[in-house]
Design a binder for this molecule. Structure first.
Ligand code: 3PG
Length: 214
């Protein structure tokens, strides 16, 4: 008997439509964070490789098995390898780094690289990328820019991140070329330091309600 193949991570994200971006200083925060995500109805997260605790945090999140765990801020092949080893099912990069894109293509690892211009989008697609990160979204024209890209780049799906909030979330989710919306605002550094997990859960819940309406 063969077991069912898990859905492609990007298909899972396309269903959830939201991607919390977690920058974790203390791996002990992963358990209450995961609990807040699950209770809020959003079983996915990107852990950024920006702290010394990041890989341990990613490992703990991925090992649970009930959350789609990815790794962000991937800028080198070494980071990509370490993140996959720690259990990341998808990678996110702030940029299009050719070495990293080639490694992901050759190892069938899904990656959403950061793109701002159509030329960067085309570069990403040439490496077999299925969706790109639009970063930093609010600085580069926000939802209006993605709306303009829908005409000449009709096949491209975007994950906008950077400067988005619960307030501006609907503008992005209303666009057909937006696969999911990411953000660090689900769980800020201050929230984590102060242990404000009920507030994080409520924010997740609110975003999930908005995503279900659009
Ligand atoms: C990132 O990769 O850090 C994200 O784009 C987060 O941006 P935000 O914190 O402004 O949501």
């Amino acid at each position: 008997m063969t077991s069912a193949k898990p859905p492609h991570p990007l298909d899972e994200l396309a269903k959830l439509r939201l991607l919390p971006i977690l920058t974790v200083e203390n791996p002990a925060h992963i358990a209450p964070l995961a609990q807040a995500l699950i209770a809020g109805g959003l079983p996915c997260a990107e852990v950024t490789l920006r702290t010394t605790a990041a890989l341990e945090a990613l490992k703990a999140l991925a090992a649970r098995g009930d959350i789609l765990a990815g790794a962000g801020t991937i800028r080198t092949v070494a980071q990509a390898k370490a993140a996959v080893l720690a259990g990341a099912r998808f990678l996110v990069s702030p940029a299009c780094v050719p070495d990293v894109l080639a490694w992901c293509r050759d190892n069938a690892v899904p990656i959403t690289p950061g793109c701002v211009t159509p030329s960067e989008v085309e570069l990403a697609l040439s490496y077999g990328v299925k969706a790109v990160k639009f970063f930093p979204a609010s600085n580069f024209g926000g939802a209006a820019t993605l709306k303009a890209y829908a005409g000449p780049l009709p096949d491209v799906k975007f994950i906008p991140t950077g400067g988005i909030s619960l307030k501006t979330l609907p503008e992005y989710l209303a666009l057909k070329n937006v696969l999911a919306v990411g953000g660090g605002w689900f769980a800020s550094k201050d929230d984590l330091a102060a242990g404000r997990f009920p507030e994080i859960e409520q924010r997740v819940r609110d975003a999930v309600i908005i995503a279900k309406q659009l």
